[in-house]
Ligand binder design. Structure first.
Ligand code: NAD
Ligand code: WQD
Length: 345
């Protein structure tokens, strides 16, 4: 029998890709729970196009405890929850901190409460490399001390991790994995599904593709005087399908009882640092496009360089990145073109 997995944030960017990988594994029956406040239900059509399977969806706000608990009453045998649902935009979190604490921590509180009350034994939580803050010693391992939170968003991830640790201590039945993603980019290689970024995106890759398609006039490289090999910032970009695959592996790890403690933490990165200029070059070369690009000032709050040591996930989860930077830029562009075609029709 397939394991029934509740995927909160299942119509979002990483959630939808993870649903696809859960379906591809043939071992799981994912159920999406998403209010669609930052996504659309059409994502379910896209998942169906890619996999041939229609996924069940509950369109509710997870902060609404009654509606959320009703799902567990109806779907009796939920084996695990993957909790993606959250707000994730750093500048928005600075502008509206309470909205971030309320949504990111309120939803997690209900997830933890439901796991306890309905006897759900397995939990995977989306955390972020932002919990590390400005790190000097690279690469970053799971033992690198957490930094001073640089924004409310990063703070919600630090508090969220701590909430899970305390609940795992109190409830030994609950087996949990915390995954700290570095910079997820790219989309399913089919080009049929991908990130629905806001009109004014903040992250590098959606800005690159929107400049390439002509939705945005130009791309500014934020800072060229950093102490890095070409003066621009270095990040650890990781293909979203590799992130998705790690969730499937993490679930299997828990279901097989391979976890040494009931709250395990893993970094998810490629382990390679790539500069902004290198990313732009790769996009131009792989896709045969020249981007309208200018060099500008540093963006406040940016750290010069951060990349992960992901050996722990490699060894314990048996997980490895299957996609390189070329796949990231190729799939990002393929999706932007597909989306643009749909919006014009
Ligand atoms: P996303 O915005 O595409 O997906 C999040 C989904 O959660 C959306 O579909 C949204 O509608 C839903 N949602 C939010 N609050 C909800 C609520 N209260 N009830 C029901 N649904 C709700 O974001 P994503 O990129 O897929 O990120 C998923 C998770 O990964 C988040 O927790 C995010 O913080 C974390 N993360 C993302 C990145 C990244 O760069 N994308 C990096 C590190 C960590
Ligand atoms: C990447 C690099 C920019 C836009 C953030 C969050 C982090 C995580 C991922 C959720 C940086 C440069 C960007 C542009 C540029 N999210 N850049 N011109 O800041 O590493 O991480 O998203 O958890 O928590 O902090 O990602 O994509 O914004 O930037 O030069 O127009 O691209 O300076 O060096 P970041 P990003």
């Amino acid at each position: 029998m397939k394991h029934k997995i509740l995927v909160s944030g299942g119509t979002g960017y990483i959630g939808s890709h993870t649903i696809i990988e859960l379906l591809r594994s043939g071992l799981f029956e994912p159920i999406a729970v998403d209010s669609c406040i930052r996504s659309t239900p059409e994502t379910l059509d896209r998942i169906e196009k890619v996999t041939g399977i229609r996924v069940k969806h509950y369109k509710i706000d997870i902060c609404d405890k009654k509606s959320f608990f009703d799902i567990f009453k109806k779907e009796e045998d939920i084996a695990g929850v993957i909790h993606f649902a959250a707000f994730k935009c750093v500048p928005e979190s600075v502008a509206q901190p309470l909205m971030y604490y309320r949504n990111n921590l309120g939803s997690l509180e209900n997830v933890l409460d439901a796991c306890g009350k309905f006897g759900v034994r397995n939990l995977i939580f989306s955390s972020s490399a932002s919990v590390y803050g400005d790190v000097k010693d690279l690469p970053v391992t799971e033992n690198t001390p957490l930094g001073v939170p640089f924004c409310p968003y990063a703070h919600t991830k630090q508090i969220g991790e701590q909430m899970i640790h305390f609940c795992a201590e109190q409830n030994p039945e609950l087996q949990s994995v915390i995954l700290r993603y570095f910079n997820p980019v790219g989309n399913d290689m089919s080009g049929l599904i991908g990130e629905l970024s806001p009109d004014k995106p903040n992250n590098l890759m959606p800005i690159v593709t929107q400049v390439a398609i002509g939705k945005l006039p130009k791309l500014t490289v934020f800072g060229t005087d950093y102490d890095t090999r070409d003066g621009s910032c270095i990040r650890d970009y990781i293909h979203v399908c590799d992130i998705a695959d790690a969730h499937v592996k993490a679930l299997q790890f828990l279901l097989d009882g391979k976890n040494a403690s009931n709250c395990e933490t893993f970094n998810l990165g490629s382990g390679k640092g790539v500069s902004v200029i290198e990313m732009i070059d790769a996009f131009e070369k792989v896709n045969g496009i020249k981007l309208n690009c200018v060099f500008g000032e540093r963006r406040p709050g940016d750290v010069p360089a951060i990349y992960s040591d992901s050996q722990r996930a490699n060894q314990l989860l048996g997980w490895r990145c299957q996609h390189d930077i070329n796949d990231m830029v190729e799939s990002a562009w393929k999706w932007e073109k597909q989306l643009n075609g749909e919006q014009r029709n």
